[in-house]
Design a binder for this molecule. Structure first.
Ligand SMILES: *Cc1c(COP(=O)(O)O)cnc(C)c1O
Length: 387
């Protein structure tokens, strides 16, 4: 008899789904050191290349000198420090909303926001391709969970209709993290208005990149709908760590009182808040970063499509290259790494069965030469592997 730990690991191995860690030995950025070798990195979410930006680092160092490293307590005890408030002010001003509240991570945010917005007798509607943290938040809420087929607003409408007068929450990624396409937010918001539902948009991959001022998916689509609750992360385009929600002052008050991952955890280190403020500032002052991401994405997508590779409905900096088989995907990823290009393979349960893929991401720091090298290397390796 094998113990449960070994049994699970053996099952994963048999299915080609056992995961392991790749170690980055340098600061993250467009190029990194892996196994002592200079490697082009194309699977990071540091979209604006701010994680190692001198101004962002300087802000963190100064804050460490002034405030130390840890906050020492949760937000509601003695863990609210000046940088937390300054970061919330900065986000509020940047997102042009009434209020903002900061959390320790996007995962934390979703597992707390959803149960704060919908409870046991309510209904929560979630796109099937939403991030795992959204699914977990839905389950924790104990509301009836209705998952609708990806971006199928007709199916969503049927489900909303069936829910009758119950409390409702629709939750969706703004940009889908593994497919790189955008939610049909205009239709979703219209349905929400018609069926009296709250809307929560997780803009982890939209904020900083999309929209004229980097405000994210809603700005990109020209939607100014003040009642939409937006969540975003600071660990991706903003290059640091943490997450936030924006909405009304009343919403903020509710979350401060009800949201367990806000209440029952030590607050973000003050230096991370200071770094995030600096990163948002750089993002606002350097719109070329957004433009470069969009341009790099267009070049890569076009080149792959021209070669007949399936990039699904990607329209953003996230570009999936669907391979299908899990083991084959990992073999391709390993081979790319030996040629100096790191693109992680993504397998179930992160993506649906038989849709294992390379999840390529481009950043502002990738030069035209980097992009050219990546396209050439991808073409070579995919061909060699008979794809
Ligand atoms: C990354 C991600 C999260 C989690 O954010 P973290 O800050 O990394 O915990 C949540 N939602 C989506 C859509 C994401 O891609």
């Amino acid at each position: 008899m094998k113990n449960p730990v070994e049994k699970t690991l053996l099952e994963l191995e048999a299915k080609g789904l056992k995961r392991s860690l790749t170690i980055v030995e340098s600061a993250t950025g467009p190029r990194v050191t892996i196994e002592g070798k200079d490697t082009l990195l194309m699977c990071s979410n540091d979209y604006l290349s701010l994680a190692n930006h001198p101004r962002v680092k300087e802000a963190a160092i100064k804050a460490i000198e002034k405030y130390g490293v840890g906050s020492g307590a949760s937000r509601l005890t003695s863990g609210t420090m000046t940088p937390h408030i300054e970061l919330e002010e900065k986000i509020k001003e940047f997102k042009k909303t009434e209020a903002a509240l900061v959390f320790n991570s996007g995962y934390n945010a979703n597992t707390g926001l959803i149960p704060s917005l919908i409870a046991k007798h309510g209904y929560v509607f979630s796109d099937k391709l939403n991030h795992a943290s959204i699914t977990d938040g839905c389950l924790l809420s104990r509301a009836t969970l209705k998952r609708y087929p990806h971006s199928d607003t007709r199916a969503l409408e049927e489900l909303l209709n069936e829910a009758g007068n119950a409390d409702k929450l629709i939750v969706t990624d703004g940009v889908f993290s593994m497919d790189g396409d955008m939610a049909r937010l205009r239709e979703i918001i219209e349905l929400a208005d018609r069926y009296n539902s709250t809307v929560l948009v997780d803009d982890a991959h939209g904020v900083g990149v999309l929209g004229e001022s980097g405000r994210g998916s809603l700005e990109h689509l020209g939607i100014t709908h003040s009642s939409v609750i937006q969540m975003g992360t600071l660990g991706k385009a903003i290059g640091t760590f943490g997450a936030y929600a924006t909405g009304s002052k009343k919403l903020k008050e509710l979350l401060m009182n009800k949201m367990r991952p806000f209440i029952y955890t030590t607050s973000l280190p003050p230096a991370i808040c200071a770094a995030a403020i600096a990163a948002i500032d750089v993002m606002q002052k350097e719109p070329w970063r957004r433009k470069k991401v969009v341009q790099n994405a267009a070049v890569v997508r076009e080149a792959l499509n021209k070669q007949g590779f399936d990039t699904l409905k990607s329209s953003t900096q996230i570009i999936p290259v669907v391979i299908g088989d899990a083991e084959k995907t990992m073999a391709v990823s390993r081979k790319l790494l030996t040629r100096g290009l790191f693109v992680q393979g993504i397998r179930p349960p992160t993506v649906p069965e038989n849709s294992s893929r390379l999840r390529l991401t481009v950043t502002a720091g990738h030069t035209d030469e980097d992009i050219e090298f990546a396209i050439k290397t991808l073409k070579e390796v995919l061909r060699e592997e008979g794809l």
